[in-house]
Design a protein around this ligand. Structure first.
Ligand code: GLP
Length: 247
């Protein structure tokens, strides 16, 4: 493994992690009120989103021209399921921020034509000027969004399978029987790489290996986040538990 690559990496104490990430979101909107910001859902980002909304409110920032969109979505579940990305984002920040429905973009939970809907989603982001900032969580196996290991780097938005572990959990939580398909729809790695800026967020010791490999391991589709190594405007924020050893 080579450690010669340098990054814009900030490692902070665990209790400062969410606030540090939230400030990047806040500053982005402050500098560009018509920003298009993509958010990931999961354990990493919930607190970031709540703090982002609190910062916006505390500073009375105008978010009427802000677009928020979700990087990915669980498919085959109800919109009211607490594990649906749309539900999570609404409850973590979108409602609190008062984002108008037309400025909150999500990939659909169901579709009779995924290719059409994925293309339409990408076209709408492009129509709004492209992705100003994309917040990414990091899977322990190096996945980003629903781009699991093996996904080609040229992949655009698509509908596919989710991780077995996540699928089993969602089936349990929703009581969905095995014969009803569940899946994931996500921006592809090529769409992710088109973002003007990426903020990769990771906290906790369980993310340390994935973060180290993502930043300094060989670039390979076996670890989707290694694609980010060549992004021209990547910022990494982690806590000291997840901080890679070379820093
Ligand atoms: C999930 C989501 C991603 C998320 C990632 C990390 O499967 N599809 O959008 O960023 O995995 O999740 P967590 O933050 O819970 O570790």
């Amino acid at each position: 493994m080579t450690t010669t690559k340098t990054y814009r990496l900030t490692a902070v104490a665990p209790d400062a992690f969410a606030e540090t990430c939230a400030r990047v979101l806040f500053e982005t909107v402050k500098n560009k009120p018509d920003a298009v910001i993509g958010l990931s859902t999961g354990r990493t980002t919930g607190d970031i989103h709540r703090r982002f909304a609190a910062l916006v409110r505390a500073h009375n920032l105008d978010v009427s021209r802000l677009t928020i969109f979700g990087l990915d979505e669980v498919t085959g579940v109800s919109r009211n399921y607490f594990g649906a990305c749309v539900w999570m984002l609404e409850h973590e920040c979108v409602n609190d921020l008062g984002i108008a429905p037309e400025n909150f973009l999500m990939l659909p939970l169901t579709s009779d034509d995924w290719e059409r809907d994925c293309d339409a989603f990408r076209a709408e982001l492009a129509r709004r000027g492209g992705i100003t900032l994309l917040e990414l969580g990091l899977g322990e196996n190096g996945h980003i969004g629903f781009n699991q290991p093996g996904t080609p780097f040229e992949q655009r938005a698509f509908h596919g399978r989710m991780h077995d572990y996540l699928e089993a959990r969602i089936r349990r939580e929703t009581g969905t029987p095995d014969d009803i398909p569940l899946g994931g729809v996500t921006l592809g790695i090529a769409d992710v790489m088109d973002a003007y800026e990426i903020m990769l967020c990771a906290n906790g010791a369980h993310k340390k290996q994935a973060l180290t490999d993502a930043l300094w391991g060989p670039v390979t589709t076996d670890l989707p986040a290694t694609a980010l190594q060549t992004h021209p405007n990547l910022r990494i924020i982690c806590d000291t538990d997840a901080a890679p050893d070379p820093v």
